[in-house]
Design a protein around this ligand. Sequence first.
Ligand code: NOJ
Length: 560
Amino acid sequence: MTLPDTLPGTAAADSRPGSQWWRTAVIYQIYPRSFADASGDGVGDLPGVTSHIDDLKTLGVDAIWLSPFQRSPQKDAGYDVSDYCDVDPLFGTLADFDDLIEAAHSRGIRIIADLVPNHSSDQHVWFQQALAAAPGSPERARYIFRDGKGENGELPPNNWESVFGGPAWTRVTEPDGTPGQWYLHLFDSSQPDFDWSNPVVHEEFRRILRFWLDRGVDGFRVDVAHGLVKAPGLPDYTPDPHAGSMGGEEADVPYWGQEGVHDIYRDWNRVLAEYDGDRALCAEAWLPTVDMTAKWVRPDEMHQAFNFAYLETPWNAAELRAVIDESLRAYPAVGAPSTWVLSNHDVVRHASRLALTAENPQGHGIGPDSPGKPEPVLGLRRARAASAVMLALPGSAYIYQGEELGLPEVIDLPGDARQDPTWFRTEGERYGRDGCRVPIPWDADAPAYGFSPTGQSWLPQPAEWATLARDRQVGDADSTLSLYRSLLAERRAHALGAGTLRWIDGFGDDVLAFTNGDVTVVSNIGSEPVALPAGDLLVASEPVTDGMLPADVTVWLRTA
Ligand code: NOJ
C-alpha cells in the first residue's frame, strides 16, 4: 500500500468528551532528550518536538507521551525531578510546553505527561529542607528517613537493594557534622523515595496533577506506579538475581504492589474527573502477572497499565497466544482495555530483543561483552512482524520513538559515553539502558543525521544509522516507516482497537492467526513457510509472493 504524505482524518482519535479515546489509541512515546534538538546543544528539547509534530500526524498516532521534561539535575535522564511544575531549561520553557500542547491539540493529537511520584531529586527543595532539619522533623517525614542498625547506626536499616544496583539506603551527615540517619532510594541515591503515608505528600501531588491538567495535558504516565507504598516495618527482602530490575518477577515484594497504593490512584481518578473531557492515567507497574496488573485499571483507578507481560513474551506462538488470551480476559474483566507495548526507554529495543540468544534481564542492557548478541537482520524482520501483530490487537498500543524506523539497540557505545546510573552503580557489570536511548536519525546526510543543527548528540549515533534515517524511509514503500504508516492507517480504517479477537486454528503450532472484525491476521513465528488463506492483502510486514507466508512475517488480509 502506498500512502500519500498527509493523511487527512487519520491522525485524530475521537476527541469528543466521553469518547474514552485512551481505550483504542496509539500513543507515541517521546524521550525528549533523544527526539529532536532545536537549540543545538546535543540534547533534544520541546521546540524540537513541536517542529516534528506534522511527522507524527502523518505517521497517524493519536497521542504523545512525553518522558520527563520537568526541572531536573538529569541524574536519571529527568526521572529525578527537582521542580514538578516547571520545564527544565535543557528542554525549554513553560511557554515552549504551551506551544507544543497547542500544536498537538490543533492537529487532534493528545499529550500525556510523565509524572514521577515515587521519588524526587535530592535537589528538590523538600529534600534539601529534610537534610537541614533534625531527625523526627516534619521536613524529614516527607521522605523515608530511618536510624541505621548496629551500635552506632552504621548499618543500613534493612537489606534492600537499589533497582540500579548497590544498596537502597544512603547515610546522611547531620547538620552538626555527625554521621546521621539513612534515607531510602529504590533507584539512585539522587532519587530519595517519598513517604506516601504522609498526607502532605498526597496534597502536593494533587496540586501537581492540577497544575498540568490546567495547562491542558490529556493524562499522565505514572512512573513506578507499583512502588509508592512500602510494607509496614520495611522488612528485609532479597530479590531473585534473575529478576528484571524493575520488579515483575515475584509477588510479595515489600516495595512493589502493596495494596495501599490503590487508594492513591482512586484519589487521582477523582482529581482527573474534575476536568472536562477524558483525561487518562497510565500505570508503569512491573508486576508478575496480568491479573495483578489489571488491579491498577479497576474502574475507579487508572485507565491504562502497560502490558509488560506481553512485552516480555519471547517470539513464540504458543506463549504469545497465551499472554494475549490472558490479557483479553483479565483487563476486560475489570472494564479496561489492554495496553500493548513492545519497546520503551527501559528495555532493549525489540528489533534486537526478539533475536537475542542469551538471557538478558530487563534493565541490564547489551554491550560489547554481552553474551548472545542479536542478529540484526533477523531482529528487524521479527520486530516488523511483531509490531504488525501488536497493532492488530484490540485495545490501546504504545510505540517508542524510533521503532517506526526499525532502530536496533546500540551495543557498541563506549563506556565513557554511557550515562545510565545502572552502568555506574554496578561498575559496568550491567550496561544499562543507554543503547535504546540514542538520538533519532532524521536526515541521512545532515550532521547528527538531522537530530541537531550543530551535529552534536548526547550519545553517539552509529554510522550505519544513515540508512535508517527517516528521510531515506519516507519514499520507500518497503521501509519500516511505510509499514508503520500502513498499519496505523488500516488499524484506524478497520477500527481494530475497538474490535474483538477470534483465533483461527489449523495453521500449526508456530502460527498465530486471528480475525479482528473484517481483518484476518496471520503471523508465521516458525521457520517454515505456510500457505496463506484467501483474502485481499492489506499489509505485509515483508513482501509475500506465491500465496506463501515466509517465516517471521505477519500479514493482514481483508476477508468478507
Ligand atoms: C521507570 C522509568 O521508566 C525509568 O527510566 C526510571 O529510571 C525509573 N522508573 C526511576 O524513575
